[in-house]
Design a binder for this molecule. Structure first.
Ligand code: ADP
Ligand code: ZN
Length: 617
């Protein structure tokens, strides 16, 4: 027993040493260690982890322990160079082969692989169809194959790549070599396809929680949305943000208005030419443009870990899309704020387009998906729970601490009178109108339709002056939930009073509701790792990082992530030893860049008379 435990401890320590030395991390993220140990036992595995969950490490670390080459298949050609640069900057021998390289470059890399001088080789799936490439592979010593974005192999996934089907053949020719399939999006059906088509051999399945603990979700009413957006962006000044819009024109207009307000914003959509798009994307990744106003196309092929604010300025079409898009925020584990602007008008706009879909099943599907988005927007309970349940995961925490509902304090109020007034107005107007009309009548709105219908002559006209339009709508929603009102399911939903509603009025019952204390501005985002760091020093470190990144022509996060710089700006390490204890500082980076970063930290500390804090082990 004791012996076994010692072996385990040794193994554990060895893994952590590798992790620190080559990647600079102090600890594994959830599941990483289990997955890595399964891979090292040469077992096939299927990994489902949300974006930002840390999938890459699951093959990058084993690659260092294996004798032969680790082959990584990925369809995201645009990301390969950055990934390889990041590995090289950590002193790991890695290369990639895809269509962006010349014939000569490819030959050089192939020769290098054959000599056994490479640990990790990224390849695009279309290579597998080339006979020459097959020959090349046949002469290699391959120790591990990692199939990234493995859902691409399934026609039921959202991004089918026929070339992925060739991986089945590769599996057969490399029998005995472990295959690791990784994806962030897979339904049960796609999961089955992956296992079957890749011929995985009794794979172990690793399914991580899809909860993104560092993201905060909120929904704001789309009134004065532009001002609200400006407020959000001001709070996130000099940070990266993506704003999603419904249309190309919407994205152009919004970007222009933001620029007029002094923000550094660019539009991004399919109507722009390739060069403009590429340049915009490039500048965003390199922190030279801070705000992208995009249609949903943006973000597929980019790997930017420090997006702090993600806004849906228009209503998304589905919760799958919403989850995937919000997933681009906070990939570095630091706080990310996700804000959705919701209005009834947007719902109508989406419905208008859905009604144009000719295929009946497809149209129903789209309607169904939109319904769930609306439900999410009108939710009175934890939004995180709703999202996770939608993806089949139970979330049992009472308060998630990271959505507007859970973060906004609630207060009780006596709703008896206002409920009586709303029910009366529904009855007096003949149970033929929707909530907007009812609200207008109650608040005595001067609207032509109300006058034409003679509703300004009703006794209920103008009897509410202590509740706003949105209050009344919210309370009507609660009355529906309580079963006192009902909503017809026709397109222009009208309200009617239920049996219970009638008896509530007749018996003069009382009613207490809780409501959100909306007027108190909500708490600022608090994520796991948010440190009270020195912002001026952080700024200086970012400048240094940009300089190094452009000298090496790599994106800034390849040098150090925001999380790492924030730790430096908090602990202010002044020696190699304490710098090396910062998460994200590995042996190679310490040697190459330790001195320049230390000199900036030391200068700042001296100038402001600040002391180093001890970095926990
Ligand atoms: P995925 O491929 O699942 O989207 P990545 O592999 O890109 O995720 O990792 C997401 C982020 O988490 C990256 O910024 C990466 O540097 C960081 N990361 C990965 N593993 C660790 C770890 N053990 N400790 C700290 N950060 C990590
Ligand atoms: Zn919540």
């Amino acid at each position: 027993m004791l012996f076994a435990r010692n072996l385990w401890t040794d193994y554990h320590t060895a893994m952590r040493d590798l992790l620190k030395k080559h990647f600079g991390y102090d600890d594994f993220l959830p599941l990483q260690e289990e997955i890595i140990s399964s891979v090292l036992k040469r077992r096939d595995a299927l990994v489902l982890m949300p974006t930002g969950g840390g999938k890459s490490l699951c093959y990058q670390l084993p690659a260092l322990r294996f004798d032969g080459l680790t082959l990584v298949v990925s369809p995201l050609i645009a990301l390969m160079k950055d990934q390889v640069d990041a590995l090289k900057s950590n002193g790991i021998a890695a290369e990639f082969i895809n269509s962006t390289l010349s014939y000569a470059e490819i030959s050089r890399i192939q020769a290098q692989a054959q000599r056994g001088a490479l640990k990790i080789l990224y390849i695009a799936p279309e290579r597998l169809a080339l006979p020459g490439f097959q020959n090349f592979l046949a002469r290699l010593k391959v120790s591990l194959v990692a199939v990234d974005e493995a859902h691409c192999i399934s026609e039921w996934g959202h991004d089918f790549r026929p070339d992925y089907r060739n991986l089945g053949g590769l599996r057969r020719s490399l029998s005995g070599v472990p295959f690791l399939a990784l994806t962030a999006t897979a339904t049960a059906r796609v999961r089955r396809d992956i296992v079957e088509l890749l011929h995985l051999n009794e794979p172990q399945r690793f399914i991580a929680s899809f909860n993104r603990a560092n993201l905060r979700y909120s929904v704001l009413p789309k009134r004065n949305a532009f001002n609200a957006l400006v407020g959000l962006l001001q709070r996130h000044r000099d940070e990266s943000a993506i704003i999603y819009c419904f249309s190309r024109k919407g994205s152009d207009d919004l970007a222009a208005r933001l620029c007029d307000e002094g923000f550094n914003a660019r539009p991004y959509h399919a109507g722009l030419d390739n060069d403009t798009r590429r340049e915009t994307q490039e500048r965003f990744i390199r922190d030279q443009v801070s705000i992208i106003v995009a249609t949903i196309a943006f973000g597929m092929g980019i790997d930017k870990s420090n997006i702090r604010l993600l806004v849906h300025y228009d209503l998304p079409k589905s919760l799958e899309g919403y989850y995937q898009e919000t997933g681009r925020a906070g990939r570095d584990g630091l706080p990310g704020e996700c804000v959705l602007f919701y209005s009834y008008g947007d719902k109508r706009k989406q419905e208008f387009f859905i009604n144009k879909i000719e295929d009946e099943t497809e149209r129903r599907n789209a309607q169904e998906k939109l319904e769930r988005v609306i439900e999410f927007c009108e939710l009175q309970e934890c939004r995180r729970r709703y999202i996770l349940r939608y993806f089949g995961e139970e979330w049992d925490k009472e308060n998630c601490g990271g959505c507007d509902i859970c973060l906004t304090p609630r207060e009780e109020f006596d709703a008896t009178i206002i409920a009586q007034k709303i029910l009366s107005a529904v009855i007096r107007t003949g149970e033929r109108f929707g909530v907007s009309h009812i609200s207008g009548v109650l608040r005595g709105a001067d609207i032509r339709r109300i006058r034409e219908l003679g509703h300004d002559k009703l006794s209920v006209y103008g009897i509410v002056n202590d509740f706003s339009d949105s209050d009344i709508k919210e309370i009507a929603g609660l009355l529906i939930a309580r079963g006192l009102l009902y909503k017809t399911s026709r397109q222009y939903a009208t309200l009617g009073v239920t049996e219970a509603g009638w008896s509530f009025l007749k018996n003069r019952e009382t009613l207490t509701f809780t409501r959100l204390k909306r007027e108190e501005e909500t708490v600022t985002v608090s994520g796991r790792a948010a440190l009270d760091y020195d912002p001026a020093l952080f700024g200086n470190l970012r400048v240094l990082r940009s300089q190094i990144a452009s000298e090496r022509s790599v994106p800034p996060y390849v040098v150090f992530s925001d999380a790492t710089l924030q730790q430096m700006a908090y602990y202010m390490p002044q020696s190699h030893d304490s710098l090396s204890r910062i998460s994200g500082v590995g042996a190679v980076k310490l040697e190459q860049m330790g001195d320049v970063f230390l000199s900036v930290i030391r200068a700042h500390a001296r100038l402001h008379n600040l002391k180093e804090r001890s970095v926990p082990d």
